[in-house]
Design a protein around this ligand. Structure first.
Ligand SMILES: [Zn+2]
Ligand SMILES: [Zn+2]
Ligand SMILES: [Zn+2]
Ligand SMILES: [Zn+2]
Ligand SMILES: [Zn+2]
Length: 268
């Protein structure tokens, strides 16, 4: 693969690396440019041959090469070192425009402090802070967007306890919301009552079965006792009959005994 094509590929891959030279105010020393992306060094590393590159650019290059892209001297990631102090100082002192210049920011400051400015730049694009809102606004316009944002929400002012999105504000109807909730609760309640009823019924069923068993056992015992009783009754009856018989015999004997002396007297 020809070197130029490869450099072009690397340039597309690492487009974001390096600071666009167009943003700088005044002369920028050639030595502060990255030999790979040709922009001003960002997070730089230096090779023993003194050529300097953005960290991302040179690491990307060394994946498929083992030399310096500028002079072809052998190069390995382990020998890369931080930029010489004097070069670092020159780099940090370079003045450049804020990246939001095209949106209206006219801030120019040193490379060393541009990051801090851009993190808070009023012209920087940020996402709306309301959950679900896809809108991106410049930081300085966030407040006016928030006042109109369709994703802003507030607690219902009528005290139903619902949080209402501003887009649903006009459709919000406390009574309807509460009625829906009430319906839900009611059907849940009915379900639970049904469950409790089923459980109670099955428990009663098993108790009933148990009682039926017990009743038939008792019935058997009663039958048994009845037959025992009737046997005893017939025994008693026959004992009584025997007793009566015995008494009659005794009376008979008594009578005969009383008769005897009179007949004896008669015979005397
Ligand atoms: Zn670079
Ligand atoms: Zn070199
Ligand atoms: Zn700015
Ligand atoms: Zn929003
Ligand atoms: Zn409400």
């Amino acid at each position: 693969m020809p070197l130029v094509t490869h450099i072009l590929q690397v340039e597309t891959l690492w487009k974001r690396m390096g600071f666009d030279i167009e943003r700088f105010v005044g002369y920028v020393n050639e030595g502060l440019l990255c030999s790979i992306c040709r922009d001003v060094l960002e997070d730089p590393l230096q090779a023993p041959c003194e050529h300097a590159f953005c960290t991302t650019c040179i690491h990307g290059w060394l994946v498929h090469h083992s030399n310096c892209p500028e002079d072809r001297q052998a190069l390995d990631a382990s020998v890369l070192h931080p930029l010489y102090r004097y070069m670092k100082n020159d780099l940090n002192r370079l003045q450049l425009h804020c990246k939001n210049r095209e949106h209206g920011c006219d801030m120019v400051c040193s490379l060393e402090s541009i990051d801090r400015h851009e993190r808070e730049c009023e012209y920087g694009q940020i996402s709306c802070s309301n959950a679900g809102c896809p809108v991106q606004v410049e930081r300085r316009n966030l407040d006016s967007h928030l006042a109109l944002c369709e994703y802003r929400s507030r607690e219902c002012p009528n005290g139903c306890g619902y949080t209402v999105l501003s887009t649903e504000d006009t459709q919000h109807n406390c009574v309807a919301e509460l009625r829906t909730e009430l319906e839900l609760l009611r059907s849940e309640m009915i379900c639970r009552v049904e469950e409790a009823k089923h459980e109670m019924e099955s428990r009663l069923d098993s108790q009933r079965r148990h009682m039926v068993q017990k009743e038939s056992m008792l019935q058997n015992e009663i039958e048994e006792l009845k037959s025992q009783m009737s046997r005893m009754m017939s025994d008693v009856r026959s004992l009584l009959a025997a007793e009566r018989q015995h008494r009659q015999e005794l009376e008979q004997a008594e009578l005969e005994k009383r008769k005897l002396p009179s007949s004896k007297k008669k015979y005397d």
